[in-house]
Write a protein that binds this ligand. Structure first.
Ligand SMILES: [Zn+2]
Length: 378
């Protein structure tokens, strides 16, 4: 069909379950090397990362993506096998079709075309790809690469992440920031005993309940023009031995903050610990910060993306900060502008994941138009 279609199919055929890359990056690296890119493979633990650059100095424009995919789920529920790319009803089906092998294929082709047309372009164009975006910890993927970049003084001025940001049609939504995510595991200690002897027990459920209620009712901030207010949700609450006549000795609660730029991880930690102390609880609390919030203000990259979406997709884009976290959270702290723009996300992580063929065919042109606008139609 087309170059982007062929490359997307080749990537889907490689069953690259996190943290496996299954040869995807080798394929991309050899293509980019043929186009004159300097290719660096960064292996950390089980994770493969690829950093390919063309040109020198600033500005540095990088596309960011991942080659890993989430598991297919029960294969018998798929209409066609998840790792056999299949065209049906104007769509390309397969695990990773939307998240995000189409994006990776399109970014690669946009870069190849850009350097073929502008071999002497100013600054640096680059691609960064990891095989650990979908994993639970993301320790050895872009997080680790960003640490290495910081050590080297490697800047990224503009970063386009090819994650599936669109809601209904290609480009209708782009992400210009993400909320932070902070999780806590709370253990409240009491004294176990017989329910008939309340004077001899300390019931951690009774002790924790008012504190948890206060945490749930607290307004952490009011949000701002770009972000909804910070939200607090308890996801797991466990206590009890299963017996009806035993007061348990401990209670465990797990919770998560999705927080905006009006709060920080540190302020949320301090405020929640103050509430728990105020209620006199004997507790321990373990925190896990998976990312601080970030926001790319209206600048050169956002303007280029909006103009490119209008030109290639014929729609006015909405800049949004919704959704979960993405690897953009590790790149944004390096100081550049970061925007996520990619295919429709309705089927991601689902059975029968797919991308519209029309969207797939337009993606390289969309990424190419963004590049051209940032480099002033170089
Ligand atoms: Zn993704």
């Amino acid at each position: 069909m087309s170059e982007v279609f062929d490359l997307a199919c080749e990537l889907i055929r490689r069953a690259s379950l996190t943290p496996q890359d299954a040869g995807c990056q080798e394929l991309l690296a050899s293509r980019l090397a043929r186009s004159g890119f300097a290719v660096e493979r960064m292996h950390y633990g089980e994770v493969e990362n690829l950093w390919a650059t063309h040109g020198q100095g600033s500005p540095v424009f990088a596309f960011l993506g991942h080659t890993d995919v989430v598991p297919s789920g029960p294969r018998e529920q798929w209409s066609t096998p998840p790792f056999e790319p299949t065209v049906r009803d104007g769509r390309l089906y397969g695990r990773g079709a939307a998240d995000m092998k189409s994006g990776v294929a399109a970014m690669t082709i946009a870069l190849e075309e850009f350097v073929a047309c502008h071999p002497q372009h100013p600054g640096t164009v680059a691609m960064l790809v990891t095989s650990d975006e979908e994993g639970p910890l993301n320790l050895d993927g872009v997080r680790r690469v960003a640490e290495e970049f910081r050590r080297r003084g490697q800047r990224i001025d503009y970063c386009v992440v090819g994650e599936p940001s669109s809601a209904q049609t290609l480009g209708d939504v782009v992400r210009v920031g993400r909320r932070g995510s902070l999780s806590g595991t709370l253990t409240v200690r009491g004294v176990q005993g017989h329910v008939a002897y309340p004077e001899k027990v300390r019931n951690p459920i009774h002790l924790a309940a008012p504190a948890l209620a206060e945490l749930a009712a607290t307004q952490w901030d009011r949000g701002n023009a770009e972000f909804p207010p910070t939200s607090f949700q308890i996801s797991n609450l466990n206590a009890g031995t299963g017996a009806l006549n035993v007061v348990p000795g401990t209670l465990e609660a797990r919770f998560n903050f999705r927080f905006c730029t009006e709060s920080s991880a540190q302020s949320l930690r301090e405020r929640s610990e103050a509430i728990l102390r105020k209620h006199g609880l004997d507790f321990s609390l373990q925190w896990d910060l998976s990312g601080e919030p970030f926001l790319t203000r209206n600048g050169k990259l956002r303007a280029a993306v909006s103009a490119a979406v209008r030109e290639i997709c014929g729609v006015d884009t909405v800049a949004d900060t919704g959704g979960g976290t993405s690897d953009a959270r590790f790149i944004a702290p390096l100081g550049g502008e970061v925007v996520e723009v990619g295919p429709v996300n309705a089927s991601i992580h689902k059975i029968d994941e797919h991308v519209g063929l029309e969207d797939l065919e337009r993606l390289p042109a969309l990424y190419g138009a963004i590049l051209a606008k940032v480099f002033g139609e170089a």
